[in-house]
Design a protein around this ligand. Sequence first.
Ligand code: NAD
Length: 487
Amino acid sequence: MQTQLFIDGEFTDGADGRTIEVFDPHDMSLLATISEATEVDVDRAVEAAKRAYPEWKAMSATDRGRLLLRLADAIEEHGEELALLETRDTGHPLRDSRGLDLVRTAMQFRYFGGMADKFQGAVVPVDRGFLDYVVREPLGVVGSIVPWNFPMMFVSWKMAPALAAGNCIVMKPSELTPLTALRIAELAAQVGFPRGVINVLPGYGQTAGARLVTHPDIAKISFTGSTPVGRMIASQAAGLGIRTHLELGGKGANIVFADATLPKAVGGTAFGIFHNQGQACIAASRLIIHESVADEFLERFLTLAASIKVGDPKDPSTEMGPLTSPMHRDRVLNYVQVAVDEGGEVLLGGKAPSDPALTQGCYVEPTVVRARPGSRVTCEEVFGPFMTVQTFSTDEEALAIANETEFALGGGLWTNDLSRAHRMARDINAGMVWVNSYKRAHPGSPFGGMGASGYGREMGFEAMHEYTEAKAIWINVDADIPPFYAR
Ligand code: NAD
């Protein structure tokens, strides 16, 4: 396990020798003591990335892509180790770390490895006599700040397109879950990434993070995290002319219409809200269900949710592990009290499991709450295994409930009516809409939100645009000099 900062191709202690303790959320045992990055380390890392940039930018796109492909292979070769490390660091059930996080991480590096030499510029049909062509240039040194909920996957989401486009990167993982990011940096060095191209600095937001977003040599900050921190970062960076990309919170509306295939909707909804213990920005945290099928749906759903195996995430049969930290568990449980105080009805869960084997850990039972319209629990992001239920009678009402939060990230629709599906997909405020499924993602499909959920897109060609800028080059082929100054 790597526990030091990764700067300029080497593992090193932080400049002032401070450390961070990282805990296993299953039982809060000490998992690792890692070096903490502070402002001086950020400066060192940005300097290293700046030095590496000209050569990395000049490298052929095919060669950059080849390194990303090799990294994807190395991640798969070390898959078991990485999946277990992620499970111990975050509490993700091993079956998810193996079957989703790891698979998607390798897939993302592979997709952008292939993308590197296929992302093209353009020729613009301007006035006769001129050739105008547009090349997409990398930005320089990109600062990435990521949260604790999918730490391994987010390494790939941020690094793969930025590196494919020719940028160097300084990444600050969450202080709570830094271990897979450090291991992937080590694998990157082993497969041949040049020194300084990738730097990984675990540290706190107020010190390392704050320095990264205000460093004069940073070209762009790509941030994933909460809405208040994202907005604060964007305003700080804007003052210095640093561009930002914000992937923020969500409050996913999941609408089940009367004509939906209920068994599929029940299973899809359970995945939407309980996968990763609900700690997902796109979680299906609001069930909005037609009143005529609400009872039948809930009967099936509550039976399924009550049968979810909650336990040690290292057990391959576990379906829900602990939340990632005790602070977060307490925050989620506090929302149960908020719901009750607001007149909500707890239909399932709402507490830590009573199993003595789990009492030391950060566990919360699958929780379902019938909530009052406009209440805090239907508007604020809980970010846990906590789903609210609201009913509707008309499509217009369903849409109004879906669009009543300030977030606009992901949303789901369950219906067999084609026109309704397209109409609702058009009108729902969200960056991503899933019809008869929930929470799908692919490296080729743009991912991101609007409103309080941020702006900018991960994945696909959109991500390559995020990490490049257009340069227009005009060649005078046979045009006359404009008459104004002709002699
Ligand atoms: P957070 O905003 O508290 O922290 C995110 C990151 O920002 C961490 O690395 C943290 O150390 C850093 N940070 C904190 N203060 C900072 C500062 N002043 N300057 C610079 N960096 C700072 O969020 P969190 O609690 O770690 O993560 C949960 C949030 O992330 C949720 O709101 C969730 O919805 C959001 N999220 C969004 C997406 C998306 O793609 N839209 C994906 C996953 C998570």
